[in-house]
Design a protein around this ligand. Structure first.
Ligand SMILES: NC(=O)c1ccc[n+]([C@@H]2O[C@H](COP(=O)([O-])OP(=O)(O)OC[C@H]3O[C@@H](n4cnc5c(N)ncnc54)[C@H](OP(=O)(O)O)[C@@H]3O)[C@@H](O)[C@H]2O)c1
Length: 303
């Protein structure tokens, strides 16, 4: 099969299409013919070598953590998925024509989603659910601030926070104001025109996927006993006890929220937001776009 791999850390041009063996499956797994996969910032962070001290990779390496496709083989112990089903979920090594997946992290694609839309959903929506519900314990009528509401995580987070009945403020750049409105945000801050330090200081929960000064400024916007969940760093965690405010640095999806997230997707409470769809051969262009840090929704590769 064809797979996109890299044999050395570096820029997007280290990604190469190679012939490799089709993966084998173990107990609890299925083999999926890949129809689409999503691109996430972790992909180019891993590819560049920027985080190799924390997450060293065996090279050559095939990236890719979310996928959709058609089931080709099923391990004997898997009962809820059969050959021929259209499925989606989180996995590893999705930049390929075939991928093995854990059946318990895989779901049938709701009939109204195409493969590209389905592949765009698992990562951002499960991360957003974990951050808001599992870590942030979001509650009805709370005031929630979602930084970077236009990103892969942010677009899902706005919809999930609205599902839980929160009042949602989000930060975006000018071109994404309309998108944030469509997703249901109650208040939209153009972060380039308005400093977040001018916002009312009464948030119950803040989701930070930006870090740096944005994270530092967020402390002051939280109520006493409020919670700051960061996806990017714990650089200002030391402020937490003194301010009597809670801090979580979330690394990866917590638990396996895909069943509950799949219910929200099936009920159209979380809808896909796709910025751009690329061909398999255009992987370098997709990485270069993701590295700009200004994707509106998700980038997806179709095969
Ligand atoms: N720890 C974890 O478990 C975990 C999981 C997933 C993601 N992450 C991390 O979280 C970050 C976001 O991920 P993602 O998938 O959402 O990225 P993404 O899809 O690339 O989106 C990034 C978004 O950030 C917005 N943005 C950039 N600078 C901003 C600022 N100063 N204020 C507000 N918005 C800003 C951009 O929107 P505009 O064009 O409107 O500026 C863009 O839509 C990445 O660093 C990723 O690695 C961590």
């Amino acid at each position: 099969m064809k797979a996109i791999q890299f044999s050395q850390y570096g820029k997007a041009n280290v990604l190469e299409i190679k012939d490799v063996k089709i993966p084998t499956i173990n107990a609890g797994q299925i083999l999926v013919q890949v129809k689409a996969f999503g691109i996430n910032p972790i992909d180019w962070k891993l590819r560049s070598g920027a985080i190799k001290a924390f997450i060293p990779l065996p090279l050559p390496f095939i990236l890719g953590s979310e996928v959709s496709g058609i089931v080709m083989k099923v391990s004997d112990d898997v009962k809820h998925i059969k050959v021929g089903d259209n499925v989606y979920g989180r996995t590893q090594h999705a930049y390929a024509e075939y991928v093995s997946m854990d059946a318990d992290k895989t779901q049938i694609i709701p009939a109204f989603l195409n493969f590209a839309e389905a592949a765009s959903l698992p990562s951002g929506s499960q991360v957003a659910y974990s951050a808001l519900k599992t870590m942030g314990n979001i509650q009805k009528n709370q005031k929630v601030l979602i930084h970077a509401g236009a990103g892969g995580v942010g677009t899902a987070a706005i919809q999930i926070a609205k599902y839980f009945g929160a009042h949602v403020t989000t930060t975006v750049s000018t071109s994404n104001i309309h998108l944030a409105k469509q997703l249901g945000a109650d208040e939209i801050i153009d972060y380039r025109a308005t400093s977040i330090t001018t916002l009312e200081k009464d948030f119950d929960l803040i989701l930070d996927s930006v870090g740096g000064q944005t994270q530092i400024d967020s402390w002051d916007l939280l109520k006493e006993n409020g919670t700051l969940v960061s996806l990017v760093s714990d650089e200002s965690a030391q402020f937490s006890p003194a301010l009597n405010k809670e801090f979580h640095f979330m690394r990866g999806v917590q638990g396996n929220p895909f069943e509950v997230v799949n219910q929200l997707i099936s009920a159209r409470k979380i809808k896909p937001t796709i910025d751009q769809v690329y061909d398999f051969n255009d992987i370098a262009a997709a990485h270069i776009k993701s590295e700009t840090g200004h994707v509106s929704g998700k980038l997806v590769i179709v095969i």
